[in-house]
Design a protein. Structure first.
Length: 228
């Protein structure tokens, strides 16, 4: 019988924390998070548009609202009251047409809600004018990066949840040299975790530097990420 190597089994057990509104580190985005909690409860405006830089947490927020949504642009279903659409500026013509019909259907059902995201303010999106008009029907929020101290604290917390000991010295090094966004910090943590398992070594400055070089090389090779 084929057996997986123990190391491979250990690596397969690494699972990221499921995104929720409750484990999203709010920082300067309290008004937005409160609006999304109201939206989840079926309150507030029917449309919310969120924009912000890559890695600011847009995808986290949408997945926390619709964790079981299968399609990038879902079809309207009267039994479903909450919909999300991520990275609107990346939609092709077919998906934009689906979004157009979804927005019309949501507006005609007062209990339905749609939360969408993009990398730019509505007025700067290079998409169909009728979609841009509908994005302005509700509230618009800019999602801000976390301040350095909160990002550093969240990195340490996530590392501790994986059993990794990140000392204050290591934490300061990450704050000074590591990614500035939470998505990048999570990817960095994934590399650290895997490297510690593979080498059976503890976190060290040398290991951190190795993982950071690997992450930076991947980001240069693949500069565009599908998640936000």
């Amino acid at each position: 019988m084929f057996r997986q190597p123990t190391q491979q089994i250990a690596l397969d057990l690494i699972e990221p924390e499921a995104p929720t509104l409750e484990n999203f580190v709010v920082g300067d985005n309290a008004e937005l998070v409160n609006a999304l909690k109201a939206c989840r409860a079926g309150l507030g405006p029917q449309f919310i548009y969120i924009w912000g830089p890559p890695g600011s947490g847009r995808t986290h927020l949408l997945r926390s609202l619709t964790p079981y949504q299968r399609w990038r642009v879902p079809e309207f279903d009267e039994s479903v009251l909450l919909y999300t659409v991520d990275n609107i500026e990346q939609l092709d013509e077919e998906d934009l047409e689906k979004l157009f019909h979804l927005m019309n259907a949501v507006r005609s059902h007062p209990n339905a809600r749609l939360v969408s995201t993009g990398a730019h303010p509505v007025r700067e999106l290079s998409i169909r004018e009728d979609i841009r008009t509908r994005l302005s029907w509700g509230l618009t929020y800019r999602l801000e990066y976390l301040p350095d101290d909160l990002a550093e604290g969240e990195f340490v917390r996530l590392a501790g949840a994986r059993g990794l000991n990140i000392s204050p010295e290591f934490s300061r090094w990450v704050s000074e040299h590591g990614p500035r966004d939470m998505r990048g910090l999570r990817e960095f943590l994934d590399k650290i975790d895997r490297r510690c398992m593979q080498s059976k070594k503890k976190v060290s400055f040398a290991l951190l530097n190795e993982c950071l070089h690997s992450l930076n090389a991947e980001r240069r090779q693949f500069p565009s990420f599908p998640q936000s």
